[in-house]
Design a protein around this ligand. Sequence first.
Ligand code: ASP
Ligand code: MG
Length: 424
Amino acid sequence: MALIVHKYGGTSMGSPERIRNVAKRVAKWARAGHQMVVVPSAMSGETNRLLGLAKEVNPGLLDDAAMRELDMIAATGEQVSVGLLALALQAEGMAAVSYAGWQVPVRTDSSYTKARIASIDDQRVRADLSAGKVVVITGFQGIDEAGSITTLGRGGSDTSAVAVAAAMGAAECLIYTDVDGVYTTDPRVVPEARRMNTISFEEMLEMASLGSKVLQIRSVEFAGKYRVPLRVLSSFTPWDIDIDEEAKSGTLITFEEDEKMEQAVISGIAFNRDEAKFTVVGVPDKPGIAYQILGAVADANIDVDVIVQNVSHDGRTDFSFTVHRNDFQRVNDLLANTIVPNTGAAMFTADPRICKVSIVGIGMKSHAGVASTMFRTLSEEGINIQMITTSEIKTSVVLDEKYMELAVRALHRAFGLDAPVTQV
Ligand code: ASP
Ligand code: MG
């Protein structure tokens, strides 16, 4: 018997019938003797619908006051989910109770629409578990010091689940989703992609931050920090499959590098098409310039991804960076109205249609020539690289968006990640 956290995504919660299926699966685990905490997302499409309504009544939606109301609205999707799931569990004959984030409480900072969890009080939940109840807690949301409802960013229910598992010292956090694990790359782009039985935590962190949508990046950070055993698995297996088989399915995120069975140099190819690139041209090259440019962007609470500063000529340099495409207009305005005038730069250019493609693998630490294989593969496809960044276990390139799928396929093949062809 162990304390187990299950997380179910929007698709798994997508209809009353699916919710009943989730309830049956959870009930199976509870009847096997486990203490169960379940963290569901909103029903699929619901968060988009809610945010769409918000946009209809106030298309601007930029300041903090508006962001607070967005969270107020978006958080209701998960509140409906937990109530429905608790009811469905009761219909299965289980004692079950649901809580919104503020009732637990899940405390966060006040960065509306991308709040960070500060602490989780598990007293109430523990008492319910001891009383034999299944506890259902909203994903995605919390409460800040002022008592306002916050949300953790799109896909944030993963983080909620892992944070609950960390706070309660759960034996494992199982993330049930509409794919059956973590793949070498997105199978919709490369049909030959393979599911991994295990992936190291470091690789998963890179894959998540580089655009693999399987897990929200913060959930992986949390899992790493608190060493929460995390597994990604399918919610579309029959609910009554053998529990031992289910417990071993999907992809386990491991903490021990040498536990890793699949010793490829590169484990996966991640990509992200939601980026935009800006270049500040002809900035006077003097101390503080990076801070003047990126400080202004950071102050607007916009995350910068890839940064490149060129060598300077005649005391001037070019400075390029990428941001999420959603922030394109805000950064464009900031550059035009503030940064370019303040820094004395000549001008800036903006490209909303770029993508980032990355190769990831802890094997890169000990193998030379991995990046050059990447560059050769791209050059053979005639793809121009605009920016390059590397870390110990990944190399990323920024490309014109139109080359994304071609690049991903070519790299997947070049690094031997395609599944072996089976004769039929
Ligand atoms: N419902 C939220 C979203 O769609 C959170 C989640 O599903 O994880 O982003
Ligand atoms: Mg998700």
